[in-house]
Structures are given as C-alpha cells and as structure tokens.
Design a protein around this ligand. Sequence first.
Ligand code: ZN
Length: 184
Amino acid sequence: MSRSPKLLDIHVYGDDVLRLRAAEVETIDDELLQFAKDLTHTMYKRDGVGLAAPQTGVSKRVIVVDPHWSKEGAKREPLVMINPEIESSDGETEMEEGCISVPGIYARVQRASAISVSFTDLSGERRLMKLSGYPAVVVQHEHDHLNGILFVDRLGTIAKLKVKRKLKELERKAVNGVNLRGED
Ligand code: ZN
C-alpha cells in the first residue's frame, strides 16, 4: 500500500546525523520505495536539485538528484541513487554551492568536472553513469553527505574563515532531531 508522499524534516548544520557515514541499503522494499518518494517530494518542495537521506535524519545511502530541474516549471526528472559509488573522477571545476542543511551560506567549491558513478536504481538494477559539469557536481555534493562531508568542509583556508562565524551561529541554533526546515 502506498500513501501520498510526505514532506520530511530537514536536519541542519550542527546535527550529528550529518556527520555519520550512512549505512548501505541491503534491500529495496516497500518502505525504502516510499522513503525515496518522500525524499524526492521534499527535494522539490525545498527547491533543491539534490537531497541526501541523512539530511532528513535517515542515515542510509540514498540520494535523489535532478540537476536540470528549475523552479520555472521545467520537467521533473528525478533520479534516485541507492548505494552510489564514485568509480572514477576526472578534471577540475569550481562552482558556487549551497545546501539546505547549511542555510544562508554559499561558496565556490572545487570538484572533479567529470565522474562515473555506479548506483542501484529503484528497480534494483545496478547502473553505471557518466556525468560531467553541473550534474557531476550535484552528485558529488550529495554523495559527500553519505560520508558525513558537507560542502563547507571542502573550502580553502580563506573561504573557510569567511563562513566560520555563520557556521558557529548555525551550530548554536542546532538542536538534534528538531526540524529547522532549512530556512533562514
Ligand atoms: Zn547538501
């Protein structure tokens, strides 16, 4: 039995769940499929192009991405990746990133410009996908969440200093398990 998708709580900076290595998904059952729907629904509701399970307090290796989606009514093409692994990466790129778990902070982050990523899809099939440019960046950002890494961890020393104060403020506000809605 499936119900309509629900909006999940967003856990923000300072919450321990964002710092854990998320657990592998062992079986794709109804519960997981429902969770994937909730995760996808929440990503769109929060105007995101990607969302990782730990951001909703669920420490499992599941992410959803839709790099081409925009708020202006573009077609939605969500891609749920279960147990994603970055098999290889190539080149370098730098783009401005933000994260609904780190509200109010945006900064340029260096990442690989092309990756090949393997993952299990919702039908249980293992797939390999090559991505470059923005979609590659989005997947790397979400994949980091599964290893307890946030984009602010990847900033250089000077950029880190610039956001340090804001991060401290977020940390002060953080209460584990409370829905802070990822809004300023
Ligand atoms: Zn994020």
